[in-house]
Ligand binder design. Structure first.
Ligand SMILES: Nc1ncnc2c1ncn2[C@@H]1O[C@H](COP(=O)(O)OP(=O)(O)O)[C@@H](O)[C@H]1O
Ligand SMILES: [Mg+2]
Length: 360
């Protein structure tokens, strides 16, 4: 999968600019705060319908502008497609091949990308939210079914929590059993899909980590809580857990059972990575997870995703940089950095220099 052309209008600090990307390595260079990450963010937005940096889309609109537009021409194994997002203060419009979508889940995954930036350290060092976000975004790109289940689940969860907060025991006992059937149904779909994904991810991430560290470290990933069996079995188990927890949930005012509470356990050489690993180890572990994500996308879709490496080269030591470059050969990669010559080592690339929201 290759993004050939990207046009930004009133997006972040871009007034209007068109990027022409090649297969293989594309390097965006420029001083700080010129628009390199903004460009990478736009590509990711077209893949997932969301940005990793912000919660509100309107921050994407250029200050003083009315709305932002991102447009891309993409070459996939099924032929050429165009993707477009128009982002307004309070709404957005999404288009695939010029057709306006009515459901935003249809936007997901037309182009797939894996995004890696220094912020991805959070994946290892922060709380479970980051890891669930990673799972959700990653699985959603290849499974609309997952994405739909997730949206429905989220809605039921919000309603359930609102009800619990009222602390009206009669109402809870009256209403929850009915809701919990729906809750368990979607939750089980999420749990089973994550389980399947995590099995692949952990094997591939372990392999990538061994490659990056020359076998010096062993990375392992597993789910914090294991549910066995098919979707129906998991749903039944969840429903039992939910009914057993009414009192506790009411006391706390939120739902304590379900995939919104799950976490990935990450360990390096057997020790919990979150508390014990160094900055460098965490960086390598996060990178391994992202390389595993690339491998999973490739396996599931038969073509490689667009890899976005935002500002990560300067944080890796020389051997790891070289290994990373060797590893990503053949993928389309959009790499941002301040000095191209420091990361390239003779690798051929399409260099694009950015200054003040313009290509120079
Ligand atoms: N909505 C916006 N309108 C105008 N400028 C913006 C907007 N959002 C971010 N910027 C500007 O974009 C610049 C940062 O761009 P970024 O791509 O993160 O830089 P870098 O080249 O270092 O990766 C900053 O100068 C910031 O003020
Ligand atoms: Mg940047």
């Amino acid at each position: 999968m290759v993004v050939k052309k990207l046009t930004l209008k009133n997006f972040r600090n871009y007034e209007e600019e068109t990027f022409e990307f090649t297969e293989g390595l594309n390097i965006l260079t420029g001083k700080n705060a010129q628009g390199k990450t903004n460009c990478a963010e736009a590509v990711f937005y077209l893949c997932t319908g969301s940005s990793l940096r912000i919660r509100h889309d309107k921050q994407l609109i250029r200050r003083g502008g009315d709305h932002a537009r991102i447009f891309a021409e993409v070459e996939s194994r099924y032929g050429a497609i165009t993707l477009e997002a128009a982002i307004y203060e309070n709404k957005r419009e999404l288009f695939v091949n010029g057709n306006k979508l009515t459901r935003s889940v249809e936007f997901l995954g037309n182009m797939k990308s894996v995004f890696f930036s220094p912020g991805e350290l959070r994946l290892i060092q922060d709380g479970p939210d980051e890891r669930r976000r990673f799972l959700n975004l990653s699985i959603s790109q290849t499974s609309r079914d997952y994405c739909t289940a997730l949206l429905r689940f989220q809605r039921i969860l919000d309603q359930r929590n609102n009800l619990l907060k009222m602390r009206d025991a009669d109402m809870v006992l009256d209403t929850l059993p009915v809701w919990d059937e729906q809750f368990a149904k979607y939750a089980a779909r999420i749990i089973c899909k994550r389980r399947e994904y995590l099995a692949d991810l952990s094997a591939l991430a372990a392999e990538a980590h061994a490659f990056l560290t020359d076998g010096a470290e062993v990375l392992s990933l597993s789910s914090e809580k294991e549910y066995k069996g098919e979707v129906e079995v998991v749903a039944e188990k969840l429903q039992r857990e939910l009914s057993a927890g009414y009192e506790r949930d009411m006391r706390l005012g939120f739902t304590t059972v379900g995939p919104h509470r799950d976490d990935i356990k990450i360990s390096i050489d057997g020790a919990d990575a979150r508390g014990f690993c160094s900055q460098g180890q965490a960086r390598t572990a996060a990178l391994s997870m992202k390389l595993a994500e690339v491998a999973i996308f490739t396996r599931l879709t038969g073509e490689s995703p667009v890899l976005i490496l935002d500002d990560v080269m300067s944080e890796l030591d020389l051997p790891r940089r070289k290994k990373l470059l060797a590893r990503i050969k053949g993928l389309q990669c959009i790499l941002t950095c301040t000095h191209a010559e420091r990361v390239l080592y003779g690798t051929e690339s399409n260099k694009i220099k950015i200054h003040g929201g313009k290509i120079v």
